[in-house]
Ligand binder design. Structure first.
Ligand SMILES: [Zn+2]
Length: 423
């Protein structure tokens, strides 16, 4: 947030052809220093990447998506001016008053929306029994796990039980999902196959940056801040680079297990509730939209209409996961400024996370179960098995297979119902 990244000449040279200095009716407030600010490890956006979206969206659709999905506050009004025929977007670069002009279409002159991924409706008819044929799915097992799980605060142990590490659990689900989805015709790529990071950076490489960007009121040590930059930020940037530059999938599934605050990881607080929710990209806060890279990412997502695809697929997966797990919908506190509920979808929420912002295609985050709930924890310790076992007084499937079944059923139903089948 406070980071003012110094840009090299190379970054400036790549900037947009249609970024011109603002001349005309001024936006509401003068450029603030925030306009030049970037998130940690973010590159300055290349606004010319929005040029293919000229004349692809109506003013009404643009304004509706911006105000009802992608923002939670009013700060955007100082940065994006919506006129009758165009949106004037403050880019922050190469000069504080630089503006990108995005021309609106009229309702019947809209050009097709270009993007590198295929929406459900763009997929060809599918052969019998293969509703996912032609679909390229990337599965991102959340976190790193293994020896990194303590550092990333995704490991708990109770008594003499073996540790439960979220990054290992998500990898286990990913490995169960891959052959099941392939059997339905999908091409499936795992973003990681082991409990090791993709990024070559390590906390010691990020110590200088951590010190330079430490919030003045931070109680964490520079070492701890560097560790967070490593596993939260650098690792997600590395995964984004792999997904965007090598994989080019049609959809990414980010697998997670949720948890309640557990306090001491070696004596975790256990709870008796469990729940389910799924996340799509949106709900950028006022602080986030002030950062040029996040403002750009918001617009890139909005203009690609990935939100609509995320909600369509996400609704089907949420419904199937709710049926498979029997879990109630998680509720964020009504005062939260960083999420938005998706109308008529009790399990779906919009939230701006680094992964669903950086991955340049529709992304669905899955957050089932609560790792430190008494029942889920017992099921996690039981590991993967076939059939049913008596756990917590009733016969239950392996939690990993139940998770997998929900995802497979939800995807299979969505694509079967929304694609044409070959006769
Ligand atoms: Zn997680």
């Amino acid at each position: 947030m406070r980071l003012l990244v110094l840009l090299g000449a190379g970054a400036l040279a790549g900037l947009a052809v249609s970024v011109v200095l603002w001349r005309g009716k001024p936006l509401k407030s003068p450029a603030s220093p925030h306009d030049l600010a970037l998130s940690a490890l973010a590159e300055a956006p290349d606004w010319s990447k929005l040029n293919p979206y000229q004349h692809t969206i109506t003013r009404g659709d643009f304004e509706s998506l911006l105000t009802t999905v992608f923002t939670t506050g009013e700060a955007w009004r100082d940065l994006i001016q919506i006129d009758e025929h165009e949106a004037r977007i403050r880019t922050g670069l190469p000069a504080p008053n630089a503006i990108f002009h995005l021309a609106f279409s009229s309702a019947n002159t809209a050009s097709p929306t270009p993007h590198g991924w295929r929406a459900t409706r763009d997929l060809p008819p599918f052969p019998p029994g293969k509703p996912l044929a032609g679909l390229h799915l990337a599965i991102d097992p959340g976190h790193i796990g293994g020896t990194w799980a303590t550092m990333e605060e995704r490991r708990l142990t109770l008594g003499s039980n073996p540790p439960v590490c979220e990054g290992d659990l998500t990898l286990q689900v990913a490995k169960l999902l891959k052959p099941r989805l392939e059997a339905l015709g999908a091409k499936v790529t795992l973003v990681r196959h082991t409990s090791e990071p993709l990024t070559p950076l390590r906390p010691e490489n990020l110590l200088t940056l951590a010190k330079a960007t430490a919030p003045p009121d931070s109680t964490a040590s520079p070492q701890r801040l560097a560790e967070r930059l490593f596993y939260r930020t650098a690792e997600i940037h590395a995964r984004a680079q792999f997904i965007n530059q090598s994989l080019h999938p049609d959809l990414v599934l980010c697998l997670h297990f949720n948890a309640a605050d557990w306090g001491d990881p070696n004596n975790p607080k256990m709870v008796d509730r469990s729940h389910l929710h799924l996340l799509v990209n949106g709900a950028y806060s006022d602080e986030e939209i002030l950062l040029a890279d996040q403002r750009f990412a918001l617009l890139y997502k909005l203009l690609q209409h990935s939100h609509e695809e995320e909600v369509r697929v996400g609704a089907s997966v949420a419904e199937a996961m709710a049926a498979a797990t029997g879990l109630p919908a998680f509720q964020y506190p009504p005062t939260s400024a960083s999420v938005r509920p998706i109308p008529n979808q009790p399990y779906l929420w919009a939230r701006n996370l680094l992964a669903n912002r950086l991955y340049q295609c529709p992304v669905i985050f899955l957050e089932p179960y609560v790792m430190n709930s008494t029942t889920d924890y017992t099921r996690l310790l039981a590991g993967d098995y076939e059939g049913l076992r008596q756990i917590a007084g009733k016969p239950q499937h392996s939690i990993f297979r139940e998770y997998t079944d929900g995802v497979v059923t939800g995807l299979s139903r969505h694509y079967s119902r929304n694609r044409y089948s070959k006769p």
